[in-house]
Design a protein around this ligand. Structure first.
Ligand code: GLU
Length: 535
């Protein structure tokens, strides 16, 4: 720990601690995991995935303006700054220099740009992410944000002078899904301290390092029913849980400092590539009398592992409270918890599933100060609140959310954050843990596909051909649907499109999908003959 502390003192408040090398392109592991869902096409006979992606984005045009591609990408929830798309974006920048007008891509140039990230891009445009219709979902989030933003009231915490400086008007919400789709609204780039939102994180790291049994030989698992900073232990003379100060201080003493909190990897993955700054440590320490009192009490009661230097543990505790994040960066951390310990935008396993499961359980029962029971009742999701006004919220298997607004209610939770979670979010979406019980009134489930149903049968394919819906056909083709499927009359999509006179569909099927131009139906008719016959 001292080696870490020395590093901190040397570099001062701008210590950029948690940065890891960016991943470029798609790793073999990522391709292996996703390739089973995408059939390999035989180049030269069938169109490649790159071709199909071109047709999907170009929507019938011969070229794609770069901004159109980027807008379409944003619609899937992927950011251009996503480290998984680095190669694509770098190539795009270079390629535009080669293009005639500097802004438009023909098919050849487009394919060159997307080829290194084709698996991820195909997943995105096939609507295979957890929130398939991302834009409608985010406009709901924006409405909820606006509505909670109208609330006034609450007090900005001032017991730590640095916290008192924040404007009560600040309000931001960022989310990151388990597939790395991201959305952000409001003051999401303003740095603030994690404060108690770091508690679940350090507990998760402790369990990841030592296992459940060891960690809980020092700390309990019960809600305390008391203020978070009470000088109080349970019947076994242990802190009640890791989400109150006494438990978090003991937990801090269990963390292997060099591995996780020294310069390097580990927890850095939780925060991904965002800059994590350490600041406000002094302010925190100078106003930390209560925590010193708790520290001495814990020491007296022999709550720490043998040989622990309590004062250095406290220093480390203050530093962890002072980690500065933004809503954007912290939402990736929450998403890593939602994703069972794997960072969605690097694909790296950061925490063991055991550590994540424990953490979410304790966030659920003890994460929201003396509002924890009510929060579990109304919202039914694991969350952790901090005195700087942050609420780290996890929708398991779906997304992580960070809400931040400094004014706090009487129990120490962000007024707007609570409104956003308790009133708005779970009223609209079926995210509460028990929303999906049988016979329960249905709420909006953004995990389901809306207008773009998956093709489960030839009927969907033929219906798209019948209505002339080329964009649906493009998506089916991109999803490796067999475009030559036949119905009970042995009719193909080409038969139907020809019969209906949908020239654009016929052209797409012949030119892009390269389907057989002359399949025979049950009456031995080819598409051209069906067209003549019908018309
Ligand atoms: N710095 C705070 C303390 O230990 C953390 C408080 C909080 O966010 O709950 O007092």
């Amino acid at each position: 720990m001292w080696c870490y502390m020395a590093l901190f003192v040397q570099r001062g408040p701008l210590l950029v601690l948690l940065i890891q090398p960016c991943r470029t392109g798609e790793s073999q592991e990522f391709r292996r995991r996703t390739s089973c869902q995408i059939s390999v096409r035989n180049p030269g006979i069938l169109p490649s995935l790159e071709d199909l992606l071109f047709y999907t984005v170009a929507e019938g045009q011969d070229t794609i303006p770069a901004h159109k591609f980027l807008t379409a990408l944003k619609g899937t929830g992927l950011l251009t700054g996503d480290p998984r798309l680095k190669e694509c974006m770098d190539t795009l920048k270079e390629t535009l220099k080669e293009s005639a007008d500097g802004v438009t891509l023909d098919r050849h140039l487009f394919k060159k740009c997307v080829q290194s990230n084709i698996v991820l891009l195909t997943q995105a445009f096939r609507k295979k992410f957890v929130i398939p219709d991302f834009l409608p979902f985010t406009s709901h989030i924006d409405e909820l944000y606006e509505s909670a933003g109208k609330l006034t009231g609450g007090q900005v915490a001032d017991y730590i002078p640095q916290l008192a400086k924040f404007s009560p008007d600040l309000w931001g919400v960022s989310l990151c899904t388990v597939d790395g789709q991201r959305h952000t609204v409001g003051d999401t780039k303003v740095p603030f301290c994690l404060q108690s939102c770091v508690k679940p994180l350090k507990y998760a790291v402790a369990v990841h390092d030592h296992g459940t049994e060891y960690v809980h030989s020092f700390i309990g698992k019960e809600p305390s029913g008391l203020r978070f900073n009470k000088l109080f232990l349970n019947e076994d003379d242990q802190p009640h849980n890791p989400m109150v100060n006494a438990g978090a201080i003991v937990c801090t003493s269990l963390i292997k400092v060099n591995k996780y909190w020294g310069a390097g990897r580990g927890v850095s993955c939780l925060f991904n590539h965002e800059r994590i700054l350490f600041d406000r440590f002094q302010s925190e320490r100078e106003s930390g009398d209560r925590n010193f009192a708790i520290g001495y009490y814990l020491k007296e009661k022999k709550c720490f592992p043998e040989g622990t230097d309590m004062t250095s543990v406290l220093d480390f505790y203050f530093q962890l409270c002072s980690i500065e994040v933004t809503c954007e960066s912290a939402s990736v951390m929450a998403a890593t918890l939602a994703n069972g310990g794997i960072c969605p935008i690097t694909g790296e396993r950061v925490l063991s599933p055991e550590a994540v499961r424990n953490t979410l359980s304790l966030m659920h029962s003890c994460g929201m100060y003396d509002f924890s029971g009510q929060f579990a009742f109304h919202v039914g999701l694991p969350a952790k609140s901090g005195v700087a006004g942050g609420i780290l919220l996890v929708v398991p298997n779906v997304m992580g959310i960070m809400c931040w607004s400094p004014p706090l209610d009487k129990l120490g939770n962000s007024v707007r954050g609570i409104q956003f979670c308790t009133v708005h979010l779970v009223e609209l979406f079926n995210f509460h843990n028990y929303d999906n019980l049988r016979h329960f009134a249905k709420k909006y489930d953004p995990r389901r596909e809306g207008g773009d149903q998956r093709v489960k049968s030839v009927i969907n394919l033929l219906f798209a051909a019948y209505t002339g819906d080329v964009s649906a056909l493009r998506r089916f083709a991109l999803s490796s649907v067999d475009m030559e499927q036949r119905d009970y009359d042995s009719r193909t999509a080409l038969h139907v499109a020809a019969a209906e006179g949908h020239i654009e569909v016929v052209r797409f099927l012949l030119e892009a999908c390269k389907v057989n131009p002359a399949p025979r139906d049950r009456y031995v008719l080819k598409p051209l003959q069906v067209n003549v016959f019908v018309n």
